[in-house]
Design a protein around this ligand. Structure first.
Ligand SMILES: [Ca+2]
Ligand SMILES: [Ca+2]
Length: 83
């Protein structure tokens, strides 16, 4: 008899995580702000978190309400771009 270890399940996406790095942080915040008010595809589709074809308060609120969450977040570190 051979035992085979099952692969770990892939981590699920996190609401507000625009770049898929499993942390909602300043990178996600800045991307939503940089595209705020734009329709998609003119705006970056990654900033349209709820996929309604516009980057607006709904997307912004997803980032804010999940800010600092995710398995790859380092507690207490805030990354903010000057752009
Ligand atoms: Ca992220
Ligand atoms: Ca949206």
């Amino acid at each position: 008899m051979t035992l085979v270890r099952a692969a770990a399940p892939a981590p699920r996406s996190i609401a507000g995580d625009t770049n898929g790095d499993f942390c909602v942080d300043g990178v996600d915040y800045n991307l939503v702000l940089a595209n705020f008010g734009r329709t998609v595809p003119r705006g970056n589709p990654d900033a349209d978190l709820n996929k309604d074809k516009v980057v607006n308060y709904d997307d912004y609120n997803l980032v804010l309400s999940n800010y600092g969450t995710g398995p790859s977040c380092t507690r207490g570190v805030i990354t903010v771009s000057k752009d």
